[in-house]
Every structure is written in structure tokens, then in C-alpha cells.
Design a protein around this ligand. Structure first.
Ligand code: FAD
Length: 404
């Protein structure tokens, strides 16, 4: 029988990369993930291993020292890693988005300055749009940059930075109303935002004059990876650290980054769902009730059938979204659908695997307990289900415009 979530048409190189990553996940991540997660411990040894495998430079072009691989290869690696431990895929994801934004939108000097060190994993990226008062509504950003000679002075508070402490480069989206009257800026908020490339020391406290990372936010799941706030208090950033060298393009640059990030979150959902299925199907054959393995009760078999079908469907949509982007076409519809479906299915598959475990699913000794606390994050990160449906709905109305 074919295993679940196979991908047709991969090159030999893609297959080799995936088999190396899968092997790494089975040997180096799965055996330690739950213990590290319960201690909320940063998986330094795993991160060092990923660095050695070259995963931090997977999609960075070869001319900058990366592997120059496609979004599909990246997404399939993320799926494997999330199958082992979702937090590890979170450590790579913001790095990947920032590297992608630099590759697509950076000046030549910015690419040469950052990408080789990012490919080596020596500079690690975080990206920051959300603030305490907003997440979905990015146009409401209040953090602000004001020009002062050859520098910009940034003020404001950011929220929910994945890798906020461990990163050394943060792509920060702020308002910069340069060249606009306050009325114009209010009417066209998307056109008055700028992405700044802010270098800093890893760690907590004042990590650069005017920039404070207060500490880790205590979360219900997605532990190990640090999630932080970021406070800018007269933070001075040179004008050549405006992404792409021109102000007012930040919103579009960030949305481009988030679009590939959505394929990544879909891939995480696929990986976590696969692991939940593996745990459920194994436990169902070990646990006996009423004289037979519970897998022999039709109700449990039906659950397994539903779980496997969801794993397959989510994988197919995620692969489709990645391939569309790789072909150079717009993929916002496919990425939105894949992210929406994969995160909802992930939550459902994890819940079913949890139910199959009976009372033991509630015990911290069983891996499914961790997955149960991890899956909800995927419903929120890179845009909630409602936001995905808004994107999908808008695109459908463009494609199927009524010509009455
Ligand atoms: C663990 C974690 C890590 C994160 N990492 C990052 C990061 O690295 N960088 C970053 O910038 N952000 C990050 N985020 C923030 C994340 O992107 C936001 O939490 C998310 O976009 C939702 O925003 P919000 O929390 O402000 O919810 P809100 O926008 O306040 O939404 C609240 C609810 O209202 C719904 N809603 C909002 N608007 C509408 C509408 N128009 N129609 C219908 N329903 C609506 C939402 O779907 C949601 O159910 C992270 C979040 C978490 C939890």
C-alpha cells in the first residue's frame, strides 16, 4: 500500500534532500521533542544540526551561498520537520520569510550584506508586523518612522515576534508618512508603510540602543521557540536599511512574504496531522477493548479513514500552492485555500488521534498531548481562518465576475 502524503514528480535532488531531512527528524528530533517542549527549552542541538544540513539557506540562491531550492522543496522539508516538532519549523520559518523578502525586494547591497550570512545560519531572521492592538488589520499599524538626516527614528511597540530573542535581523513594518499629508496617509494606509531591516544582538533586554526585547511570552504550546514583544524607543536606523531602498512599499513586501509563509503554515499543518495519524493508527492496534484491538471497531476504523483522507487532501493542496508559486504565477488563492484547509484538518486529525488515545491522550507521557496544544497555533499564524476566507472570497469574485 502507498504511504500517505507522497509527492509525484520530484527530482532526484529533491528526493535526496527529503530523505536526509526525514532521517534527521526520526533520529534527532522525535526522540527529544516532547521532553524539550515540556521544559520550554530552545533546541540548540537540533538547530545546529539544521545549520549543518544547510536548511537555513535552502531557498537562498546559490550565488549567495544557499542551495537555491524551490518553494516546494522548502515546504516538503517543513512538513517533515513539523512531523517531528512544529516549533523547529517555526525557528526556520521567519528566517525563510525574511530571506525571501530580501531576495525579492532587497537592494543589491542588502542582498550581498545579509544573504550569505543568512544562508550559513549565522544571521537569523524574524519578521514583525503585529502590534498589541492589531494582527489581522495590518493597515492599522501605529509604530512610526520619521526621517532625520541619513537616518530614520523608529518608535512603537510590536507583538508576537517568533524568534524575537534568538534572531539577529528583524524585518519591521512601520508607518512612514513621508511625502504624504496626514489625510493622504489615512486614506491610503498601505502606501505609507515601510519595512526596515533592523540588526540587533540576539538575547533579551536592550539589544541595541533604542531597541528592547522584554522576554519570552509564555504560551500554551509552540514552546521551545521564543515569541516576544519588541519595543522601539527612538531607535535610529540608517536610510540604507529600508528594504529595497524606497519607503512606502513595506505593506506589499510583507504581504509577498506572508503569502509564501502561508504555504509554509499549510506544510506545518500537514506534518503535524501526519504525526497525529501515525500515533493514532499505532495506538489503535495496541489498545484492546471488548476483546479486540480498538482498530477492529468500525467506529475507530472510520476515524482512521477520515484522518488519512484529510492528511492526503491537505498535502495535495499544499503541494499545488507551492508548485503554483514556483511556476511564477500568482498563488494567493491556492496559498489561502491550502493554509485554511490544512490548519483546520490538522486540528481535526489531532483531535481524533487524541480521542483514540482515550484517557492516555490527556497524559503528558503521550506525544499526542503536545500535538493537541500545538495545532491551534496554525489556525492563527499567517492570518486566521476568517482572513484566509476573505482572501479566497475576494479572488473568487475576481475570477467569476458576473458579466450581466
Ligand atoms: C505563537 C504566535 C506567533 C506569532 N508570530 C508572529 C510573527 O512572527 N510576526 C508577526 O508579525 N505576528 C505574529 N503573530 C501574530 C499573528 O499573526 C496574529 O495573532 C494573527 O494575525 C491574528 O491577529 P490578532 O491576534 O490581533 O487577532 P485579531 O486580528 O484581533 O482577530 C481576532 C478575531 O477576529 C477575527 N477577525 C478579525 N478581523 C475580521 C474580519 N474583518 N472579519 C471577520 N473576522 C475577523 C479573527 O479571525 C479572529 O478570530 C503570532 C501569533 C502567535 C499566536
Amino acid at each position: 500500500m502507498a504511504r500517505l502524503a507522497q509527492t509525484a514528480g520530484l527530482t532526484d535532488v529533491q528526493q535526496e534532500i527529503l530523505s536526509t531531512v526525514r532521517d534527521f527528524v526520526d533520529k534527532e528530533i522525535i526522540p527529544v521533542a516532547t521532553e524539550l517542549e515540556h521544559r520550554d527549552e530552545y533546541p540548540q542541538q537540533i538547530v545546529d544540526g539544521l545549520k549543518e544540513l544547510g536548511l537555513f539557506g535552502l531557498m537562498i540562491p546559490e550565488e549567495y551561498g544557499g542551495l537555491g531550492e524551490s518553494l516546494l522543496t522548502y515546504a516538503l522539508c517543513v512538513e517533515e520537520i513539523a512531523r517531528g516538532w512544529m516549533s523547529v519549523s517555526g525557528i526556520i520559518n521567519t528566517h525563510f520569510i525574511v530571506a525571501y523578502m530580501l531576495k525579492q525586494h532587497g537592494t543589491q547591497e542588502q542582498k550581498e550584506h545579509f544573504l550569505p550570512r543568512m544562508a550559513a545560519g549565522d544571521v537569523r531572521g524574524a519578521f514583525s508586523m503585529s502590534e498589541p492592538g492589531l494582527g489581522s488589520d495590518v493597515s492599522a499599524i501605529t509604530s512610526k518612522a520619521v526621517k532625520d538626516g541619513d537616518e530614520y527614528v523608529l518608535n512603537g511597540q510590536k507583538m508576537w515576534l517568533t524568534n524575537g530573542g534568538t534572531s539577529s535581523l528583524v524585518a519591521v513594518l512601520v508607518r512612514s508618512d513621508e511625502g504624504h499629508s496626514p489625510e493622504e496617509a489615512a486614506a491610503k494606509p498601505h502606501k505609507s508603510m515601510t519595512t526596515f531591516l533592523v540588526e540587533k544582538e540576539p538575547g533579551f533586554g536592550e539589544v541595541r540602543p533604542g531597541l528592547t526585547i522584554p522576554g519570552k511570552i509564555d504560551k500554551m504550546g509552540y514552546k521551545g521557540v521564543d515569541t516576544t514583544e519588541l519595543i522601539m524607543d527612538d531607535l535610529r536606523v540608517p536610510a540604507d536599511r529600508v528594504l529595497g531602498g524606497v519607503t512606502g512599499r513595506g505593506f506589499y513586501q510583507m504581504m509577498d512574504g506572508v503569502e509564501v509563509g502561508r504555504v509554509n503554515v499549510a506544510a506545518r499543518g500537514c506534518g503535524v496531522a501526519q504525526r497525529a495519524f501515525e500515533l493514532g493508527v499505532r495506538y489503535a492496534q495496541q489498545r484492546h477493548t471488548f476483546g479486540k484491538p480498538i482498530a477492529q471497531h468500525q467506529a475507530i476504523q472510520f476515524k482512521l479513514a477520515e484522518m488519512a483522507t484529510k492528511v492526503e487532501a491537505a498535502h495535495a493542496m499544499m503541494v499545488n500552492a507551492a508548485r503554483k508559486k514556483d511556476s511564477g504565477e500568482r498563488n494567493d488563492l491556492e496559498a489561502g485555500m491550502a493554509k485554511y484547509l490544512a490548519s483546520e484538518y490538522c486540528k481535526e486529525v489531532v483531535e481524533d488521534a487524541f480521542r483514540i488515545h482515550g484517557g492516555y491522550g490527556f497524559s503528558k507521557e503521550y506525544e499526542i498531548e503536545r500535538l493537541y496544544r500545538e495545532a491551534p497555533m496554525l489556525l492563527i499564524g499567517e492570518g486566521t481562518a476568517e482572513i484566509q476566507k476573505m482572501i479566497i472570497g475576494r479572488r473568487l469574485l475576481e475570477e467569476y465576475r458576473f458579466q450581466g
